[in-house]
Ligand binder design. Structure first.
Ligand code: NAD
Ligand code: ZN
Length: 340
């Protein structure tokens, strides 16, 4: 499924199956999660340019069907996953420090190189993650970006068991994972999203408190009251500049605000006296490392978290984007790559 220009038609096109280079594996893709970043890529609303024409997608899992002669970490028939980070230089200061997500020359799957909204993909074996056999592939797919990113953002929030964490956008792809990882870490969760997500967030994901952003008249006051002085961490996964900025007003003294959602052209404005008085941190998180990916998948494999998915055909991608723009998706949509 490809588009030639931003906001243009997304259509099915036959392309040759790639031949893996010496360090690459060729994967026959089974399932791919649809991330809001794929929607940003199609709209072209971020400051970083995408490849065009583009095959999007960066949460793909499938089976290794061929490989280059330098690959030692996979066998034919293994399951493998494609992540947002498609390749890094391994030479810049940040790669040398093990902070590959900051690589100055990074390439991103489904953004600067073609991604997983297709049936076969060749990718660098180093950045490809091994997906353990026996796990449900459709549910494993969204762990590779949504799960990983939520998990890493929580790690960056330095929470302790029993602390309060606010998850803004808790009914979406990333947010639905964040609620569960936080629960698994013993953290108390207040989720914010629209009322149609309430049942899933409280009953399936088991957030302790749910706030409907549309009907709640005083979100800041309510959270400050429930938490008796603010949340130890606030994680924003919404694509709302307004929600992000409100979030700064209910971070607890010495707490942490983590920027994850990426609304185009958005600014976060902090009140200097408020922030110095409370000495809270504002930090940002970008996907996660290869080791974070292994850990995020491990929570899933052990049943400590589950993926909230609905499955569509790959050819239904335009419909998925339409629903996503209207915030009508519960958790994550996963497309079946064999269904054109
Ligand atoms: P999503 O569309 O699945 O979820 C967003 C959720 O936010 C929806 O449930 C929506 O109802 C909710 N929402 C909208 N307005 C809100 C408001 N005012 N208050 C509370 N909730 C509100 O999107 P997603 O796939 O989870 O991605 C979210 C954002 O994170 C996107 O901008 C995406 O590009 C970005 N992202 C960042 C990283 C990173 O590494 N930093 C990685 C992946 C995605
Ligand atoms: Zn993503």
């Amino acid at each position: 499924m490809v588009f030639d220009e931003h906001n243009g038609p997304i259509y099915c096109k036959e392309v040759p199956v790639p031949l893996p280079k010496p360090h690459e594996i060729l994967i026959r893709l089974h399932f791919t999660g649809v991330c809001h970043s794929d929607l940003h890529a199609w709209k072209g609303d971020w400051p970083m340019a995408t490849k065009l024409p583009l095959i999007g997608g960066h949460e793909g899992v499938g089976e290794v069907v061929a490989m280059g002669d330098q690959v030692t970490s996979f066998e034919i028939g293994d399951y493998a996953g494609i992540r947002w980070l498609n390749s890094v230089c391994l030479r810049c200061e940040y790669c040398l420090r093990g902070e590959e997500t900051c690589c100055v020359a990074q390439k991103a799957s489904g953004y600067t190189v073609d991604g997983t909204f297709q049936q076969f993909i060749a990718a660098d074996a180093l950045q490809t993650v091994k997906v353990p056999a026996g796990i449900e592939l459709a549910k494993a797919a969204p762990v590779l970006c949504a799960g990983l990113t939520a998990y890493k953002a929580l790690k960056k929030a330095h929470l302790q068991p029993g602390n309060w964490c606010v998850v803004i956008g808790c009914g979406g792809g990333l947010g639905s994972f964040a609620v569960q990882y936080a629960n698994a870490m013993g953290v108390r969760v207040i989720g914010i999203d629209s009322s149609d997500k309430r049942d899933m967030v409280t009953k399936s994901l088991k957030a302790e408190v749910f706030i409907d952003f549309a009907s709640c008249k005083d979100i800041v006051g309510e959270i400050n009251t429930i938490t008796d002085g603010g949340a130890h961490a606030v994680l924003n996964f919404s694509v709302s500049e307004k929600a992000m900025n409100a979030g700064l007003k209910y971070v607890r003294t010495l707490g942490t605000f983590v920027i994850v959602g990426m609304p185009p052209n958005a600014k976060l404005t902090t009140d200097i006296f408020d922030q110095i008085g409370k000495q809270f941190n504002i930090t940002a998180s970008s996907v996660g490392s290869r080791q974070d990916t292994v850990e995020a998948l491990d929570f899933f494999q052990r049943g400590a978290i589950d993926s909230q998915i609905s499955i569509f055909k790959l050819s239904e991608l335009p419909e998925v984007f339409r629903l996503m723009q209207q915030n009508k998706i519960l958790g994550r949509v996963v497309v079946d790559n064999s269904q054109i």
